[in-house]
Design a protein around this ligand. Structure first.
Ligand code: NAG
Ligand code: NAG
Ligand code: NAG
Ligand code: NAG
Ligand code: NAG
Ligand code: NAG
Length: 417
């Protein structure tokens, strides 16, 4: 009993470690905490049972380290390597990040059969230095980390088993017509911090990725919304592009969207019903040029519209009718750096009964001090019932302010590194 619980604690710590080092762009906890099957199918809490399958010493490239406790992983990271070492046949996880690797030749992969994860981030890999088909033949590969390299083109072909592909911080400005095909299982595609513009994405069929849940296109050069996204999409990140409008009904093909991040764009007018989406929880439109508000869907919890040109929070517009049986879920609004002169009308608290905080901060374009907004943060105190409800999660005293502080900090937390 004692040993078992010890082992399960070690297992928990270890999985926690794996989750923590997941990736650059973090779309929030729900997504990251998704159970990670590929690790559990080889991890055996009883090390005795593993040993006979791997005669000691376990085969390992001399440049690398293969921990006896995780015999299927080979660690070759942070070693100033210029070349990929030969990979033994039994390796499932290969860590090659933070080296000086420029090429991915087929040779070292000759014996590979069950490789599931490769981390090649923080190297110097160029597209034309990747042997054609070297990744495609890895028919068990589920995760490929290639962020922080020198790729000028989207790497292809890739194996159809791939689930997560990280390509952030490269120089990708080319995407071959069929590069996205044959990736039916991909759920997460990170392309932030590249040189993608509208012409690169034009005519590319993102919708062939029928299981895609998350696509990150932040810090690129897009001027219009990406075309043809699959209806499976839940997380869409488009921060820091130059997008100036959202076509009418753009999201009607994307009913599963949970989080939409479009801060630091050039949005001015948004069609009134654009965000009428049944699952939307987070909407970030900060640092745009919005003048008008729009319909707030029932599910929305967090709304960020700081640094726009909004003069008034017209509640009638955000919430044209009240349905007491189906109240709106909004809890937080951030509206600082707009042109507000008055706080939101108290009618808002009927329409958005769950509001906890409205962050008014400082407003712009208002030299006349006497019309400057006085309130900087509105906080609603919890009713005793609500306090009891949340007490289990926050055993400490002042949970209201603690949670709010945490929420506020989130806004300044960098989404991309
Ligand atoms: C891959 O390497 C990067 C460093 O470039 C690291 O931050 C990340 O945690 C690694 N990811 C995995 C899953 O090993
Ligand atoms: C592949 O395996 C064979 C037989 O074990 C070995 O001789 C050869 O060096 C291996 N090649 C690579 C690239 O690991
Ligand atoms: C895609 O995922 C499904 C479900 O996990 C799996 O059965 C199938 O083999 C995968 N396809 C490929 C090509 O790996
Ligand atoms: C936006 O992207 C540009 C490069 O495209 C970068 O220089 C700038 O720092 C980014 N801004 C933010 C707020 O991330
Ligand atoms: C708020 O929006 C409603 C609906 O569009 C409009 O009828 C009303 O005039 C607006 N209120 C103000 C004060 O602008
Ligand atoms: C500032 O606003 C007050 C009250 O609205 C008004 O009487 C005054 O003339 C304004 N001053 C300027 C410089 O606009």
């Amino acid at each position: 009993m004692g040993i078992l619980s010890h082992l399960s604690i070690i297992y928990l710590l270890w999985t926690a470690m794996v989750f923590c080092q997941y990736e650059d762009y973090d779309f929030g906890d729900e997504y990251d905490e998704e159970p990670d099957h590929q690790h559990s199918d080889y991890f055996n809490p009883n090390p005795q049972a593993e040993v006979p399958r791997f005669p000691t010493p376990v085969e390992c490239a001399k440049e690398c380290f293969c921990p006896p406790a995780f015999p299927l992983s080979m660690y070759c990271d942070h070693r100033k390597l210029k070349m990929i070492p030969n990979i033994p046949a039994h390796i499932q996880q290969l860590y090659l990040q933070n080296n000086d690797i420029e090429a991915v030749p087929a040779g070292p992969f000759t014996n590979v059969t069950i490789l599931r994860e490769i981390n090649l981030s923080h190297n110097k890999i160029k597209f034309h230095m990747i042997d054609h088909g070297v990744f495609a033949k890895l028919s068990n590969l589920v995760q490929l980390h290639l962020q922080h390299n020198e790729l000028e083109e989207f790497p292809f072909p890739l194996p159809s088993s791939l689930e997560r592909l990280l390509l952030g911080f490269n120089k990708i400005s080319q995407l071959s017509r069929n590069a996205l095909e044959g990736l039916p299982n991909i759920t997460m595609l990170d392309l932030c911090n590249n040189f993608l513009d509208d012409s690169v994405l034009k005519g590319k069929r993102f919708s062939v990725m029928k299981n895609l849940m998350q696509i990150n296109l932040c810090n690129n050069k897009l001027e219009t919304m990406p075309p043809d996204l699959p209806s499976s999409l839940m997380y869409l990140s488009l921060e820091n592009n130059s997008i100036s409008y959202i076509p009418e009904n753009y999201f009607s093909r994307l009913p599963k969207i949970i989080a939409l991040r479009m801060s630091h764009n050039n949005l001015q007018n948004i069609p009134y019903n654009t965000f009428n989406l049944p699952n939307l929880l987070e909407l970030n439109l900060g640092h745009n040029k919005l003048k008008q508000l729009f319909y707030i869907p029932r599910s929305l919890q967090h709304l960020y519209i700081e640094d726009n040109d909004i003069e008034m929070l017209n509640v009638t517009l955000m919430c044209p009718s009240i349905d007491p049986m189906n109240t709106k879920q909004l809890t937080y609004i951030r509206v600082d750096q707009n042109k507000l002169t008055t706080p939101m009308s108290t009618y808002a608290f009927f329409c958005f009964p769950h509001i906890r905080t409205i962050y008014y901060g400082e407003q712009n374009g208002n030299v006349n001090k006497s019309t400057q907004l006085r309130t900087s943060v509105f906080r609603r105190l919890l009713t005793p019932e609500e306090y009891d409800e949340t007490e289990d999660d926050h055993e400490t005293h002042d949970q209201e302010t603690e949670e709010d502080r945490e929420e506020e900090n989130n806004y300044f937390y960098p989404y991309f590194q």
